[in-house]
Structure formats: C-alpha cells, structure tokens
Design a protein around this ligand. Structure first.
Ligand SMILES: [Zn+2]
Length: 508
C-alpha cells in the first residue's frame, strides 16, 4: 500500500527466541514418508524421505508407493543422534515467499512478534519488506537477528523506500544516485519506489542496477502519466507491485485515466472507487496493444507482484470484515486502523456501494486475464500480500492470494510455483530457496491435508467441512514450518498470537 510516505510508530522489536521456540537446526534431521510438492512444477511424489543436515537439504529418496507399507530397504539410515519425524500421509512444500510484507504497515504499535509469528504459522519463510516503514535501523536489526535465527521470524529482504532518510527531498539525478549508493552501503537489498519524475527514476534505476539492488514500484496515480509500467520496466525496474500502471500502459483511446471532476487523490474513497473502473479503460485481451505490452514486459524479464488479496474487500467488503480469523487473531489496534476513516490509508469505504463492488468484480476479471495470459506466455508472476491494511492480516492474507491466483486461471501447481520458486527467482535467491531440491536451504511447509486439492487447508483457522460422522469439523492449518533447518510448531505460534491478541483486548 501507500502512495505517500506515512511512517508508523514502530511496534515493540521482536523478543529473542526462547529455548522452546523452534527445534533445531539438527546435525541430521530425516523427514519420513512425506508427499513431496517440490515447488518447481514437478508433480507430487511420495512417500519420500528427506534428509536435512543443519540447514541444508542433503538427500531426497523415493521410498515406496501410495497405499502400501514402506519397505525399510533403501531408506536413509538414521544414526544414533539423528532426529526423525514420521510424516506419513503429510504433504511438504517449499517455504512460501511473501513478496510484499510490511512489518506493521501504517498502523501504529504493531509488535514485530505478532507479524512474524503469523507469517511463519502460514508457511511464509521469506519476506520482501517494502519501504522499511519502521525505520532503517529497526528493520536492519531484525534482518540480522532473523539471519542468525535469534528471533522467531522469516528471512527478511529489506527494500528501502526511495528517498527515505534523505535530509531533503531528492530532485536531481545526482542526489538520486547518491541516495541509492548510500542505501546499498546501509545493507538494503533493494528499493521500493512510489513514483518520481522520469529523470530521477532513470538515474535511480540505473544506479540501483550498478549497485546490484533489486527494485519494486507502486506506480501511484500522481506520477503514472509520465511513467507507466512499460516506461519503468524499460529503464530497468525489476518488479511492479499491485497493478497500477499496467492498464495505463495499455491505453489506446485516452492517455490519462478518466477522473470525474470531483475526484481528489487525497480522498481514499475517490481513489479506490475510480481505480475499480481502470482496467475497463485499457485495451482488451487479445488486442494488438495488450499483446505488445505483455510481450515486451516478458522480454524485459519483468516480474509482476499483483497482491490481489489486498483489494479483495473492494469486491466484497462484508466478507473481508467478517473473516473467520478476526475474532482470535486481529489486534484491536489493527481493527481500529481498518475502520473507515478519512485519515487512514486504505480505509476507503466511507459509503461503499453495490455498484462499487460490481465495478471491482469486473476490474478483477480483466486483471486476472492479464495475469494468466502473462504466465501462459512465459512471464513471471509472484505472490505478495501487503497485509496490515484493508482488513487483511498477516499470513491469512497471503493464503487468500493463492486462492485468487487459482481463480485467475493458474492451476494449483502454477500457484505453488508462483508462491515459491518465482519469488526466489525474482529475489535472485533461487540457488538457495524456492524449491525442495538437494543443496538448497531447508525452508519448508508441512501440512496434513493436500493443499493442491484445497488451498483453504493452509489458513491458520483451517478448513471447515463435514466429517465421516456427520460432524462439522475443522481440518488443516499448517502443522510445521521449517525455516533454515529450524522446525516450528505452527499451531503453537498461532496460540502465541491468540494470547497476544487476548492480552491487548483486556488491556483496552
Ligand atoms: Zn505495501
């Protein structure tokens, strides 16, 4: 989110990891009899045994066939000190990559522990952190402690907000280059842009490339006329956030979005309501313009990070406000921030109507067509959540993104690939993460149900269904998340979050 800077008051830094939080890394850990979803698109195979030494996957062995007992011959032999986990009937996937995860967003005082535990409890082991709204030092401290596993947290890949920490506004290319160089020195892995003049963008993107920094951009309406997605991709931008700037790159019968005269960008309902009519103003699927934009972006190896989940309330506000998880897992401060307000970013339903939801349903339909078409022609689509805004909370919001990609036409394997390998590739980390492959780091999600059959089993609240005794029941929820060889009990993490939420409620 965010089209302008609004730095929130950072919440409490994450406490150190307690002795009973996470087990390992082990000298040698063997996951026994599990069904493997590798993340690279290979079909499920199982049972397999997976050997992990410290934090690396060192062997994957097919040990049998479905429906019959595993014969012991041929299984990796456990030494006396090895840890073994019997995961018969379970499914394992690579750790998820949330390509758009704020540690607290714009609501004040969101404790880091709350955000991190919700992420890990939903299998998210790597987070690209856009904007570093909690401040450079605060974020870098957590980046380092997560790397050392002294806190309970996913890997954090910091993309600093362009211009952040500069003593005065950046308005010359030289200032832009200087800021980028400093940012690389400060340890950022990339830069998050919201838009700037073409000259500034050109200098900043060029310098970012020279410094080996990744780049991501929310093409805010205030600058999109001079720089849409195609313009910035041509200058070297590597990833676009959300979707703004993409319809504008495909205008054929106008050059500026049709704004009503009463529109004011600082009125959030104006922004979100008119945004819902934007895709309909672009060239349609299959047109020459659509195809040429799609093909050129793919040629430039450009990554889309749609974050559809954060716009879901636009097409069904009531559903998002009443989601299953709010009562147990949404902090009162966050709930307060979500409420409609003319002050709060993204709290735009001052008077959200049937027609607005209908526009947004159509907006989603056209947007999803582009995403699926992009993927089918070889383009890279990733998954990000932008949770912390618009009734979306950490982890839960990310799983919704998987469901939305499936709705866009991705088959479940393509969804998982987007959530794992594609994110790793976009971050330049695919030698280490993004699939379950011998030699890669042990970042994994373990669940009792088959997530390809139903992504809802990945929600912390599980999936609601009728059991064989005619009793409504909840199944699923991630069981274990392994990050860097450390095994976290996902349900215990959720219990911790529940306690934090309860405590916050009784303190109010
Ligand atoms: Zn954001």
């Amino acid at each position: 989110m965010l089209g302008i800077f609004a730095i929130a008051a950072p919440g409490d830094p994450s406490p150190s990891r307690a002795a009973d939080e996470g087990q390992g890394p082990y000298e040698r850990l063997i996951l026994r009899g599990v069904n493997l979803i590798s993340g690279d698109g290979a079909p499920i195979r199982g049972p397999v045994d997976i050997v992990i030494e410290k934090n690396r996957i060192t062997n994957i062995v097919s040990v049998g066939h479905p429906g019959v007992p595993i014969k012991p011959a041929g299984r990796p032999v456990a030494n006396v000190n090895d840890k073994e986990m019997d995961l018969s009937g379970h499914y394992v996937l690579p750790g998820f990559v949330d390509m758009h995860g704020h540690i607290g967003g714009s609501a004040d005082d969101i404790p880091a522990e709350y955000v991190f535990k919700l992420w890990l409890a939903h299998g998210i082991t790597t987070v690209r952190e856009p904007g570093s709204f909690n401040g450079l030092d605060w974020v870098m401290d957590h980046v380092e402690r997560s790397e050392k596993n002294t806190i309970v947290a996913p890997r954090i890949i910091p993309y600093l907000g362009f211009g952040m920490g500069a003593k005065s506004p950046i308005f010359t290319p030289e200032q832009a280059r200087k800021w980028v160089k400093q940012t690389a020195k400060d340890g950022a892995k990339g830069i998050k842009f919201f838009g700037a003049t073409p000259k500034i963008m050109e200098a900043a993107l060029d310098e970012a490339k020279q410094q080996g920094l990744g780049t991501m951009m929310h093409h805010a309406q205030l600058n999109v006329m001079s720089m849409n997605v195609l313009d910035s991709a041509r200058l070297g931008l590597t990833t676009m956030e959300h979707w703004y700037g993409l319809p504008e790159a495909m205008f054929t019968d106008r050059i500026i979005q049709d704004y009503p005269a009463s529109y004011n960008y600082n009125n959030e309902q104006d922004r979100f309501s008119e945004a819902g009519k934007l895709w309909a103003q672009a060239a349609p699927m299959g047109s020459e313009k659509w195809n040429s934009v799609r093909d050129e972006l793919i040629e430039l190896d450009f990554t889309l990070n749609p974050t559809m989940t954060i716009y879901q309330a636009s097409r069904d506000l009531m559903r998002e406000r009443n989601a299953d998880w709010h009562s147990d897992y949404t902090l009162p401060t966050l709930w307060e921030f979500f409420k409609p307000s003319r002050y709060a970013h993204g709290s735009y339903w001052f008077d959200w109507t049937t027609s607005e939801e209908i526009s947004w349903k159509e907006n989603f339909r056209l947007w999803m067509q582009f995403l699926n078409d992009y993927k089918n022609h070889g383009g890279r689509v990733t998954t990000g959540s932008d949770s912390g805004y618009i009734y979306k909370i950490y982890g839960f919001g990310y799983i919704s993104e998987l469901e939305l990609l499936q709705e866009a036409g991705f088959n479940p394997y393509e969804v998982v690939q987007a959530a794992t390998l594609n994110g790793a590739q976009a971050l330049g980390m695919d030698d280490d993460i993004g699939s379950i492959t011998i030699g890669k780091l042990a970042d994994m999600v373990i669940v009792e149900e088959n997530p390809l059959q139903n992504f809802k089993v990945l929600y912390g609240t599980g999936h609601y269904r009728l059991d064989d005794n005619n009793q409504p029941t909840r199944v699923g929820g991630v069981k274990y998340t392994i990050k860097d060889g450390i095994v976290y009990d996902a349900k215990a993490l959720l219990e911790d979050v529940k306690m934090m939420v309860n405590a916050a409620k009784s303190a109010n």
